[in-house]
Design a protein around this ligand. Structure first.
Ligand SMILES: C[S@@+](CC[C@H](N)C(=O)[O-])C[C@H]1O[C@@H](n2cnc3c(N)ncnc32)[C@H](O)[C@@H]1O
Length: 341
C-alpha cells in the first residue's frame, strides 16, 4: 500500500514540528507562478506553498477547512499587503469564491498537516493519546461516532477499502464487542484494541493501527469525494493556459488524479476493430509525462515526502467536460448519513 504514513513521522520527541512543504521546488516548477497571476492554494496548511507563490510575485487565494490553519495564517494575510486572501472553506467549494475561467493556477497538497497530526487534541495520531476525533474542519461526524455507531459491516468496508486493512472484519467485530462495554473515546483506546486483536507477522513494519486510522481519517473528512469534486471544479475555474497541480500521498488519491487526467488529457479512443467514436477534445495537456516523486535527499529530511506523488496538467481552451463522478474511482461508502453526518 502506498499509504500516507503520517503517523510514522510523528514519533519525534518534544514539541510540535512546523509543517515542511513537500516537493516545493517541483510544485513551483509545474505551477510556474509569475507576477500578475492569481493562483489558488486549496490546502493552505502552514502556508508553505502560498509563501513561495507570493514570493514569485503572484496573488494567492488560499483555502483551508481547518479554522486553526486560518487563524494561524492571519499574520501572513496582514503582511501580504492585499496579495493573499485566506478563506475558511473546503476546496470543493472553490467555485463559490472564484469566477469560472479566472485562475492561472490551482494547487492541492492533499491530506493533513504536521500541526494537525502533532496536536493530540485533534485525535489523528495513535502515537498521542487524545479524543478520537480526526475532523479537519472540527465539525460533523467524528471518528468516535463511526466506531461507536456504525454497523460492523460498514466499518469492515471502511477499513478494508480506505485502509486496505487485511483484518478489517476481525477488527470491526472486536470494536463492536468492546463498545457495548465501553464506548470509544480516545485514540489509545482504539489503537490498543487493534493491537490486541491483529495478528502480527515479523515482516509487518507499520503499527497495526496505522491502516484503520488512515481509513477513519479519510472517511470522516470525505477526502476522496472532496478531491474528485475539486478536480472538476478546478477544470472550470482555470483559464486557458492555467495549471492544475496535485500532490497526493495515498494510492487511492493518486488513482483519482491519474484517472481524471487520463480522461481530460486522453488520447483518441477507438481501436483497429471499432470505428473512431467522436473524440472529445482534451481540456488539459499533461505537464510532465510521469508523476513526480521526491528524491532521496528530501525523503531523508522529510519522511512525509516518501509517499508523495505530483501530477500536473495545463488547461486548454476546450470547455470543461461534464462533472461525471462515475469516471473517477471514488468508493461509495455512504454510511455517514445513517450517523447523522
Ligand atoms: C498537507 S497540509 C498543506 C500544507 C501546505 N501545502 C504547506 O506547505 O504548508 C493540508 C492542509 O489542507 C487542509 N485540507 C485538507 N482537505 C481540505 C479540504 N477538502 N478543503 C480545504 N482544506 C483542506 C488541511 O486542513 C491541512 O491544513
Amino acid at each position: 500500500m502506498a499509504a500516507d504514513m503520517d503517523d510514522g513521522e510523528t514519533d519525534v520527541q518534544g514539541g510540535p514540528v512546523r509543517h515542511i512543504p513537500v516537493l516545493l521546488r517541483e510544485v513551483l516548477a509545474a505551477l510556474g507562478p509569475v507576477p500578475g497571476e492569481t493562483i489558488v492554494d486549496g490546502t493552505f496548511g502552514a502556508g508553505g506553498y502560498t509563501a513561495a507563490i507570493l514570493e514569485a510575485g503572484a496573488d494567492v487565494v488560499a483555502f483551508d477547512r481547518d479554522p486553526d490553519a486560518i487563524a494561524a495564517g492571519a499574520a501572513m494575510v496582514e503582511a501580504s499587503g492585499g496579495s493573499l486572501k485566506l478563506i475558511h472553506a473546503r476546496f470543493s467549494e472553490l467555485l463559490d469564491h472564484v469566477e469560472e475561467a479566472s485562475l492561472d493556477g490551482v494547487v492541492l497538497d492533499i491530506g493533513v498537516s504536521s500541526m494537525q497530526i502533532d496536536e493530540a487534541e485533534r485525535g489523528f495520531s495513535f502515537m498521542r493519546d487524545g479524543p478520537l476525533d480526526m475532523r479537519m474542519g472540527q465539525t460533523g461526524v467524528s471518528a468516535a461516532d463511526v466506531v461507536n455507531r456504525a454497523k460492523p459491516s460498514d466499518m469492515t468496508r471502511i477499513f478494508g477499502i480506505l485502509g486496505e486493512e487485511r483484518h478489517a472484519g476481525r477488527i470491526s467485530r472486536a470494536i463492536e464487542a468492546e463498545r457495548q462495554k465501553t464506548p470509544f473515546e480516545t485514540t489509545r483506546q482504539l489503537a490498543g484494541l487493534i493491537e490486541k486483536v491483529s495478528p502480527r507477522r515479523p515482516q509487518d513494519k507499520i503499527h497495526p493501527a496505522t491502516r484503520v486510522f488512515q481509513a477513519l481519517r479519510t472517511y470522516v473528512n470525505d477526502e476522496l469525494g472532496e478531491l474528485a469534486r475539486t478536480l472538476f471544479a478546478a477544470e472550470r475555474a482555470l483559464k486557458p493556459g492555467g495549471r492544475l497541480v496535485v500532490v497526493s500521498f495515498h494510492s487511492l488519491e493518486d488513482r483519482i488524479v491519474k484517472r481524471f487526467f487520463q480522461d481530460r488529457a486522453g488520447k483518441a479512443s477507438g481501436s483497429r476493430h471499432l470505428p473512431m467514436v467522436a473524440e472529445r477534445q482534451s481540456s488539459f495537456t499533461m505537464i510532465g509525462r510521469q508523476p513526480v516523486t521526491a528524491g532521496d535527499e528530501e525523503c531523508a529530511t522529510n519522511p512525509r515526502a516518501r509517499s508523495a506523488k505530483l501530477r500536473a496538467g495545463r488547461r486548454t481552451d476546450v470547455p470543461a467536460g461534464k462533472a461525471d463522478a462515475d469516471i473517477l474511482p471514488v468508493p461509495n461508502l455512504a454510511a455517514l448519513a445513517a450517523l447523522g453526518g
